[in-house]
Design a protein around this ligand. Structure first.
Ligand code: ADP
Ligand code: MG
Length: 258
């Protein structure tokens, strides 16, 4: 494969995706026709105000939630219309998740947590790959510890290793640094960046932090359930300026309605 085909491959795609929660008065249009592509081997950040649909978009892309209209693909797999069994298979084999709250099982050791997605699927780990991931997240001497014996940063690195160990097509991370102090957060972001640069991993990360977003190759901005802008090679300052610009637009609009 040549470099150009590698860079143009699409790991995940949303085509005109709509998502509605609730009915009648309580109805919320969480996504309103979102179209977006996520290139393979790239790190994309999704940003936007609280309630703009970031988590919903991620859940729809990953097959954790259904779309009401439009289509979602992970690689060549059409996620839209998959049966429950197909979705389970997709989640097990094609996608990895990192959540704000780590979501580790308290009774399992770090190593058992990391290998859980493989053991559920009755698959054996590739030991070379396992070692590489463990060394990259720097957890070699913590493998026999349980989550309660680990710091927040270490727990999130366990969650990162768990997401990567099955070599998913895409890793989805929803505010992965939201519960961490800035130093642990930096460790996690550096690891995510390294997994893209060294292993060609595809990452889609929701964040509200401009510094976290600056680790990505590209930032997609959502507002009110729609994609409103994107930025390549973001810096924290440029992202911050862009977010301020949105706030001014929103303020001007609500001022006009008064
Ligand atoms: P973000 O992650 O950007 O903060 P979300 O995707 O969580 O936003 O939410 C988008 C909108 O959809 C919000 O108005 C939210 O209240 C609503 N929403 C999200 N999940 C549900 C749900 N399960 N039921 C009802 N409304 C929801
Ligand atoms: Mg969210």
């Amino acid at each position: 494969m040549t470099a150009s085909t590698t860079t143009t491959a699409v790991a995940a795609r949303a085509d005109n995706v709509w998502k509605v929660y609730g009915t009648g008065e309580a109805q919320v249009l969480a996504l309103r026709g979102v179209t977006a592509e996520f290139s393979a081997g790239r790190f994309t950040a999704i940003m936007g105000p609280s309630g703009s649909g970031k988590s919903t978009l991620m859940h729809c892309l990953a097959g954790l939630d259904y779309t009401d209209r439009g289509e979602v693909h992970i690689g060549d797999t059409k996620v839209t219309g998959l049966s429950d069994r197909g979705l389970t298979k997709l989640r097990r084999h094609k996608v990895g998740f990192i959540f704000q709250q780590f979501n580790l099982l308290p009774t399992l050791t770090a190593e058992e947590n990391i290998l859980l997605p493989l053991s559920i699927g009755k698959r054996k780990p590739d030991t070379t790959w396992f070692d590489q991931v463990i060394d990259t997240v720097d957890l070699r001497d913590r493998l026999k510890h349980r989550p309660s014996q680990l710091s927040g940063g270490q727990q999130q690195r366990v969650a990162c290793a768990r997401a990567l160990v099955q070599r998913p097509d895409v890793v989805f991370a929803d505010e992965p640094t939201g519960n961490l102090d800035s130093r642990s957060g930096t460790d996690v972001l550096k690891f995510l960046r390294a997994s893209v640069d060294q292993f060609g991993q595809t990452i889609v990360m929701v964040t509200h932090d401009p510094v976290a977003a600056s680790y990505a190759d590209r930032v997609l901005f959502l507002a009110d359930g729609q994609v409103v802008d994107e930025m390549f090679e973001p810096t924290a300052d440029r992202v911050l300026d862009e977010l301020k610009r949105f706030e001014e637009i929103v303020a001007a609009q609500s001022g006009g309605e008064r």
